[in-house]
Design a protein around this ligand. Structure first.
Ligand code: DAK
Length: 258
């Protein structure tokens, strides 16, 4: 499928990359763009040769939020009926890990989409924020929940109530991002992490991702039971046999993803 608002490629073995590509609008997330992101990510997710994905923008903007020009004039009922936009911010349906490679603005829905990914690599120019308050609205794609869990209540309140923005180093300090790298290196860092993921057993990666995500939604006791369930599922895989055999035979494991 050819796309109008995104670029799609495979920058390394096992790695699929989706690049938001509306540079003149700072990658504002309009509906056609989100449809394309959804389509491309789901295609990578169901491609057996892909083990991890990268979602990125350009140097100036990861994404400056939902498209305000598109939202202008929309009614409450219009927004109620665009629930699909929110669903598309929720990458939980993707079973393979997604790394957000963020440079420049990650604001509003752009910040929320990065938070919905599994890891974030930031360039030193990255800026995270939730400026919805300036528009008379509130974050609607997970910001009040995911940002609060990521940085804690006090700072999350300040970010959302006063439009405080976090630069890359601050975002690293508060645990919002995994790494900060120079502008000419952050993509390589993201690709390197994605390759490390893609080289592993896709079964073990999927079961791990699922269990970590459950920690947001379950009590400790429920989460531990879920982890045990996935642990036992991993024990039933051919990759478990191969992984342990390879260790004992002092060789590199050859995963079958079975
Ligand atoms: N939407 C549309 N166009 C945008 C945009 C946006 N969010 N951000 C930037 N642009 C456009 C500008 O209008 C401008 O276009 P032209 O005027 O040249 O045609 C172009 O991109 C360049 O922007 P600037 O000239 O403003 O560039 P600056 O470098 O001076 O400033 C900036 C960069 C990022 C500080 C500034 O552009 C800015 O403040 N942008 C708005 C940021 C923002 O407020 N983001 C939050 C949007 S609200 C939903 C759930 C969630 C959401 C929606 C629905 N459901 C429940 C359905 C999410 C809502 C949001 O994200």
């Amino acid at each position: 499928m050819s796309y109008e608002h995104i670029l799609v490629d495979r920058p390394a073995d096992g790695v699929g990359r989706v690049q938001l590509n509306r540079p003149k609008a700072l990658n504002a997330l309009n509906s056609p763009l989100m449809d394309e992101v959804n389509d491309a990510m789901l295609a990578f997710n169901s491609d057996a040769s892909i083990g991890a994905m990268i979602l990125t923008g350009n140097e100036k903007a990861f994404a400056a939020g939902a498209d305000i020009k598109e939202m202008d004039g929309k009614t409450q009922i219009d927004m109620l009926m665009t629930v699909s936009l929110v669903d598309r911010f929720d990458f939980k349906q993707l079973t393979k890990p997604v790394i957000a490679a963020v440079s420049g603005y990650a604001l509003g829905g752009g910040c929320e989409i990065a938070l919905a990914c599994d890891m974030i690599v930031a360039s030193e120019t990255a800026v995270f924020g939730q400026p919805e308050i300036n528009l008379g609205i509130i974050p609607g794609a997970g910001g009040t929940q995911r940002l609060t869990r990521a940085v804690g209540k006090a700072l999350a309140m300040e970010i959302m109530l006063t439009d405080r923005r976090l630069g890359a180093e601050e975002a690293l300090h508060y645990g919002l991002v995994n790494h900060v790298a120079r502008l000419d290196e952050y993509m390589d860092v993201a690709i390197s992490i994605a390759r490390k993921v893609a080289r592993r057993s896709q079964i073990a990666i999927r079961l791990t991702k699922e269990a970590v995500n459950k920690s947001y939604e379950m009590t400790l006791e429920e989460g531990l039971a879920y982890e045990r369930r996935n642990f036992l599922l991993a024990f039933g895989s051919e990759d478990k046999v191969e992984g342990m055999r390879a260790f004992i035979e002092k060789r590199r494991a050859e995963w079958k993803n079975r």
